[in-house]
Design a protein around this ligand. Structure first.
Ligand code: NDP
Length: 482
């Protein structure tokens, strides 16, 4: 059990530094807002510039390190993270309110991602197709880009940094990461694991502070060659405009649909939608925020859904059986309560949730289900990022697909059906980067590409082999032996 405050500092050139001004930001426990669980430097542009300098200085040597050597360090970091599973899971539960069972899985996932990309150091496949010119040998190999900046959100404090850092590093880039201030303590733990694993000084650097200052300095620094961001659509699109001349990858929001057909196993569908909508308080870009149910089974399904939702436990994230902890901070709490007010007017409330007590006792929100929501309403169109589910009736399969695609987002979609025809047509017609048949929209595998279409994603997929394409550039070589 972590009792004391956790201190995070900037990690630059392999050493730990406070902010130049000495100022710090408090990391507050969302289960108990009176408790400051740690502090992190409230840095500015100067610290960001020095971190980019450290990364630029470390680049040539890291680039020259054999990919298998780079991979071996990642594999060692995976072992270190895994050996600290309980400690890190508890830190995340206190830092962002993530329930212990999901926090533990996240540590395991971060370690697996480091292992996966660690082993990529042995492969790093290029290509050598037959040349079209007699006697010529043509081949293409991957080269690192240089200094890359990673800007990460609070909702997956270890997994998102891991799935950006690991491919960036194995490809031979050096990195400056700016984690969300709320999740800076977990990010610092990841820096410690990488240092202990033997990562040379300067290869990874971390600077914490407000996105508007530290983040902006990293986005506009001409020494930074590529930038990968996960967070809100508005911030992401602003970054894209300012990151002139850089390779940019944005993972943004979602308003993910889950369709229930008349032939579905309704109780299985209800359990999967409840988990996708309300697990971790709906604070996942892959959360199921819209359920689309064909009229034939609508009422029957709603009964199953309410029952499955009531079975989920709202409570202290440190308790092993909790499904829904507090939302992350007072800003999100107020925003969701405001969105809830609008949601109540957007349809029929079938399960009344909202605040379970006063905010002083923690930012706890019970799940809310709103039925017969109009697809054009704000509740059906805007990301709430909280435990609120909009349910819509569909006349038939075609109408369900139309509703599912009626959004500016395109991250993930699900369908419950036993029909191969429905499943295949849904896969083909869904305008999303991920499709799930009889599986929740939330929950993904790291060895396959991840990302969205439309306003959910820009600049290529993350994870799996796709990440290598973002973090490297192809060099094509033609040789004519004389
Ligand atoms: P933001 O998009 O504001 O923050 C994401 C990251 O960007 C953080 O590290 C943040 O730093 C940084 N940042 C903020 N402003 C700038 C800027 N101008 N330039 C560079 N970096 C910047 O998301 P929030 O955490 O505030 O969450 C708000 C909403 O975003 C949620 O309600 C949800 O809808 C969505 N969201 C989506 C996620 C996803 O996975 N798609 C993940 C998290 C949130 P800092 O926070 O330290 O200021």
């Amino acid at each position: 059990m972590i009792e004391s405050q956790v201190e995070s500092q900037n990690f630059i050139g392999g050493e730990w530094f406070p902010a130049d001004s000495g100022a710090t930001l408090d990391v507050v426990n969302p289960s108990n807002p009176a408790e400051v669980i740690g502090t992190t430097p409230d840095s500015g542009a100067g610290e960001a510039e020095r971190a980019v300098g450290a990364a630029a200085g470390a680049f040539e040597e890291w680039k020259a390190t054999l990919p298998s050597g780079r991979g071996a360090i990642l594999t060692k970091a995976a072992d270190i993270l895994e050996s600290r599973t309980d400690e890190l899971a508890e830190l995340m539960a206190r830092e962002v309110g993530k329930p212990m069972k999901e926090s533990r899985m996240e540590v395991g996932r971060a370690a697996a991602i480091f292992r996966y990309y660690g082993s990529e150091g042995w492969r790093m496949h290029g290509m050598m197709p037959p040349s079209t010119r007699p006697g010529v040998q043509v081949s293409s190999v991957r080269e690192p880009l240089g200094v890359v900046t990673l800007i990460t959100p609070w909702n997956f404090p270890l997994a998102i940094p891991a799935w950006k850092l690991a491919p960036a590093l194995v490809c031979g880039n050096t990195v400056v990461i700016k984690p969300a201030s709320q999740a800076a303590l977990s990010a610092a733990a990841m820096m410690r694991a990488l240092k202990e694993a033997g990562l040379p000084d300067g290869v990874v650097n971390m600077v914490t502070g407000p996105g508007g200052t530290v983040g902006d300095a990293l986005v506009t620094d001409s020494r930074v060659k590529a930038l990968s961001f996960t967070g809100s659509t508005s911030v992401g699109l602003g970054i894209q405009e300012r990151a002139v001349g850089k390779k940019v990858q944005l993972e943004l929001g979602g308003k993910n649909p889950y369709v229930v057909m008349e032939d579905a196993d309704l109780s299985d569908a209800a359990a999967k939608i409840a988990f996708g909508a309300f697990g971790y308080s709906g604070e996942k870009c892959t959360a199921s925020s819209r359920a689309i149910v064909v009229e034939e089974v609508y009422e029957q399904f709603m009964d199953e859904l309410v029952e499955a939702t009531k079975a989920m436990k709202v409570g202290d994230p440190l308790e092993e059986d909790t499904d829904i902890g507090p939302v992350v901070n007072s800003d999100q709490y107020e925003k969701i309560l405001n969105d809830l007010e609008k949601a109540r007017n957007a349809g029929r409330v079938v399960l009344e949730g909202g605040a379970t007590g006063s905010a002083d006792e923690g930012y706890y929100l019970a799940p809310t289900i709103i039925s017969e929501v109009d697809s054009s309403s704000e509740t059906a169109q805007e990301e709430i990022f909280g435990p609120v589910l909009a349910v819509m009736p569909a006349r038939d399969f075609d109408h369900a697909v139309e509703l599912a695609n009626d959004t500016r987002y395109g991250l993930t979609a699900g369908i419950s059906t036993r029909s191969l025809r429905y499943a295949h047509e849904f896969i083909a017609r869904s305008q999303t980067g991920l499709v799930n048949v009889n599986l929740p929209t939330a929950g993904l595998e790291f060895q396959v590409p991840f990302g969205g279409n439309k306003e959910s994603g820009v600049g290529g997929r993350e994870q799996g082999p796709a990440a290598l394409d973002f973090y490297s550039a192809w060099k094509t070589v033609s040789i004519l032996p004389l």
